[in-house]
Write a protein that binds this ligand. Sequence first.
Ligand code: AMP
Length: 510
Amino acid sequence: MTRSSRTYRLHCFFLSGSLITRVVLTDGERAHESYSCCAHWLLIFKVLFLTKFSDFALAEPIQKAIAAGGYTTPTPIQQQAIPPALEGKDILGIAQTGTGKTAAFSLPSIHHLLNNKKRAGRFECRMLVLAPTRELARQIADSMTGYSKGLGMYVTSAFGGVPINRQKRILERGVDVLVATPGRLLDLVDQRFLNLSKVEILVLDEADQMLDLGFIVPLKKIVPLLPKQRQSLFFSATMPKTISQLADQFLTNPIQVSVAPQSTTAERVDQRVTYINQDDKQRLLKDFVNNENPDHMLVFTQTKHAADKVVKNLMAVGIHSAAIHGNKSQPQRERALGDFKKGKINILVATDIAARGIDVDGITHVINFDMPNVSEQYVHRIGRTARAGASGISYSMVAPDERQFLRDVVKLTGVSPDVVPLPEGYDEPAREEVASRIYGQKPKKYGATPTRNGPARNKHSARKGRPGGGGSGRGGPGSGAGAGAKSDGPKHWNNGAKSFKRRQARNADA
Ligand code: AMP
């Protein structure tokens, strides 16, 4: 199936005293120009001038639910996506979490389900939302339950890590909305407790993370189970070629909507960085917590093992925190997240996979205990503290072997974090370790390093059309304030060998 994505551009200029406007519609490969097309005008008008929820043709009870939720103004992604979605069009949306995209796809879908009221048959669902993680699935289901409050709609979720039997019992009756992770969804289909042939609306959320998590095979299995006649809404934070190819399989003549590129989130966050030896990070984190006394702090580690270690070390000095990662049971994950949301604990330590898409208001600090090896991940991480227009502080602890990751981040975001010097009593970090030393290959072959972390970095870099971070990167775009070689020194060169072993151990645990 070929995809034909549409974008509209509006050009205004004066000619002989008259305001002339030109609309360019790009439909797949072709571009059409128009000076007087009413249909396009209508859409442009809707996108540009709808600023209140009451401007949308949403059913009255939905408007009430929106007001009850305290929303007054639609976010940009809602302004762009809701009008075409209400018209039943397919949507290809480029937006991160935190932009209000859950409501952008939920509100018009609930409107459709309400306007075409019918009972879902046994083992059927009318709307299917696919999400990459359990937490996100649960969160979307909670939001949709709120948006459809009092409308007699049945919203449920299905994901792994919890007993399947309850999910089977619920599906047996049929549901209006099912929010699911792909693996559990296929389990339910295989066991004949779910029939997708009556799905009217399909939403695929966080498509890029779906691919990162290896869900491409389950997704390809799900497509043929869906009816051809349906509305599909597809959202991704980034749109590399692999994602648009995936979108081709789900969408028909989609309207493309997007909000500001994800790297702009970084501008609202007060970004700080300290160059430090890996061995000193635990101590620095404790000092940081004691000095800053953060209200609501999210700490990111690269591995599950590292997350547990951070929790243990904080606990040793009486600082309470909890970890959330793939080795924790679902009840443990939910308890940790719940305690963090309610403020019972101030610190949540997470791996990227567990944290993506999690919507927690009021996060004051994001700590990169380990730098992410994919630059976009940095933007996702620090974006946890800049939700809904808020600002916050991010603090990255950069070990010598992570400096290239920082340069990649500076290149992506165009923002160089402020360098915070190490407090007294800490050894200056060792000389920068080049990638070849970490992964035991020549810098230019860094892209093909067969470690567990290595290929992911390269896969992403290649997919996203970015340089893969090869070599030492000296003199690269991030080598100014962001990469700050000021701490380099021959004093601790031996740390390189230690760090190499440590890094390998971390990789084995990823
Ligand atoms: P999302 O990107 O869907 O995860 O939404 C991020 C946060 O923004 C959630 O806490 C939503 O409740 C909130 N939100 C969504 N739409 C609006 C809106 N129009 N006005 C205010 N907050 C909103």
